[in-house]
Design a protein around this ligand. Structure first.
Ligand code: HEC
Length: 144
């Protein structure tokens, strides 16, 4: 009888220990979740270094859907408003087997049209009185 009690107590002790250990060292079953939660993503100048995308809300949706066929370079080198990005996506769906983005599509389009819009590409700084120096064009002097 004592033996059974001892085995029982030992068993309880062992189970409790395992339970406590798990609390302290969460198991590696859901490694992916943990990576997202525990590892600080590497961000330099607002850029998510592993992907090259701007680290802004919605980035993870783009990361999830858009990087399996090509790198983010194609995205960061492109620009467009909401409609233009929608067209790019439809084009890839028609020609390159891009899947239906489902509920993620609005978030993706929002992210792309906010951070990769025409507005930010290839525009020189606005000319003001401060950054321009005027000179007098004297065409006659140059012509002999
Ligand atoms: C199933 C594969 C696949 C997925 C997923 C995918 N693309 Fe593409 N994408 C392509 C292919 C193929 C091209 C053409 C590449 C080339 O021209 O070299 C392309 C080209 C592009 C281009 C360049 C378009 C142009 O005008 O040249 C952009 C921008 C782009 N993709 C953005 C995205 C975005 C944003 C997503 C996520 C919503 C995405 N891609 C997901 C296959 C894919």
């Amino acid at each position: 009888m004592m033996l059974i009690l001892k085995i029982y107590l030992f068993g309880m002790f062992a189970l409790t220990s395992i339970y406590l250990m798990k609390l302290h060292f969460p198991s590696s079953n859901n490694e992916e979740d943990q990576n997202i939660e525990n590892d600080e993503p590497e961000i330099v100048d607002g850029i998510h270094v592993p992907t090259g995308l701007l680290y802004q809300p919605g980035m993870e949706l783009v990361q999830k859907h858009c990087l399996s066929c090509h790198t983010a370079d194609l995205i960061t080198q492109s620009s467009g408003d909401y409609t233009q990005w929608k067209e790019t996506i439809v084009w890839m769906q028609r020609n390159h087997n891009l899947w239906d983005l489902g509920d993620d599509e609005p978030g993706i389009l929002q992210y792309l049209s906010t951070h990769y819009s025409n507005q930010f590409l290839g525009r020189r700084a606005v000319i003001t009185d401060q950054n321009i120096s005027w000179y007098i064009l004297n065409a006659e002097e140059d012509i002999d």
